[in-house]
Design a protein around this ligand. Sequence first.
Ligand SMILES: Cc1ncc(COP(=O)(O)O)c(C=O)c1O
Length: 390
Amino acid sequence: MQMHEERIYLDNSASTRVDERVVEAMKPYMLDTYAVATSDFAYTMGIEAKEALKEAREKIAEKLNADSEELIFTSGATESSNLALKGVMEKSNGDHIVISKIEDFPVLKSAQKLEKKGYEVTYLDVDEEGFVDMEQLKDSIKEDTALVSVQHANQEIGTVQNIEEISKICEEEGVLYHTDATHTFGRLPLDVEKLPIDLITLASHTIHGPKGIGALYIRDGTELQKQMDGGFQENNLRAGVENIPGAVGFAKAVELIDEEENERLKQMRDSLIEGIMSEIPHTVLNGPEEKRTPQNANITFQYVEGESITLHLDMRGIAVSTGSACFSKSLEASHVILGIGGDHERAHGSLRFTFGRFNDQEEVDKVIEETSEVIEKLREISPLGEGEEV
Ligand SMILES: Cc1ncc(COP(=O)(O)O)c(C=O)c1O
């Protein structure tokens, strides 16, 4: 078994290593202040727990330029998106919802479930770089449309949508707008004072925070039907004992992110894309060159299977993935690559490299070198041959 120091982990959009400073911040809330926040009326430890939760909420809300009352904690991005979509539709008079075709599963499956229950869903197409067409979006909104859900950035190909324009269209049309910001929160600016976004899904474990905690930003006045019944926690929108160590860790993770780090991720991303595309023939960059998240590179290697590449790279101590975390176990072709017009071969030969705080340039150079060797070997034995370009 290799120690983690020897491994190169480039799957930071699936999840990240928790920063030690985050672990330190969380510890007191597991070992000393372990009361629940709703015990604040009964004893001091409850008051302290409530105070910690309040502070964590304030720190995270501040990053969005939101009021802390507009943020509720959940168990993660999956739950946040489920609550946003189902919660809005169950409360609203409208019965039509609009999403993009390349949303990750929490949004996609929530919309499909709503569809089964009789709601109407419009699935917006995307262009070859993954961008939603604004005209199609405008045309899709009808009198009974209650919600539009288009992600901030894509989980696989990193495309950053024009949420400025999307949110303004929704505002003009008088429909609510939800965005899944799992891969952008902390990495790209997001300001609810500047943009009329009504609901935002936030994750912690993609920015070196703990798993099992996430949040949903809910603009003041937006009505939601509670999905998790029980107690009155989280503004009576999400029952269950609050995950205080998680919330504290999430807030610490947010505090630790800075512009310099994001710039460093971008440089590693560009260096990897440049290195791989110049050294390895028959490669295609998936997603745009410019408007992509700082941490994401997604490349198709023609004539080879993505699964074979990941297995060979893993034997060399390099962890990368073929799709999003939610997707990687499925052998079905990625709906994202198919959505941007790729065929099954392109979808199966694509690899996602995603960067985080603990990567460095030396690792990038090594990954380029090892990937070149692996691709060369696999192509020699590939049954796909060098036929049609994919
Ligand atoms: C865009 C996006 N949203 C939501 C999720 C689910 O996140 P979580 O596991 O935190 O619930 C993922 C997981 O990879 C994702 O990529």
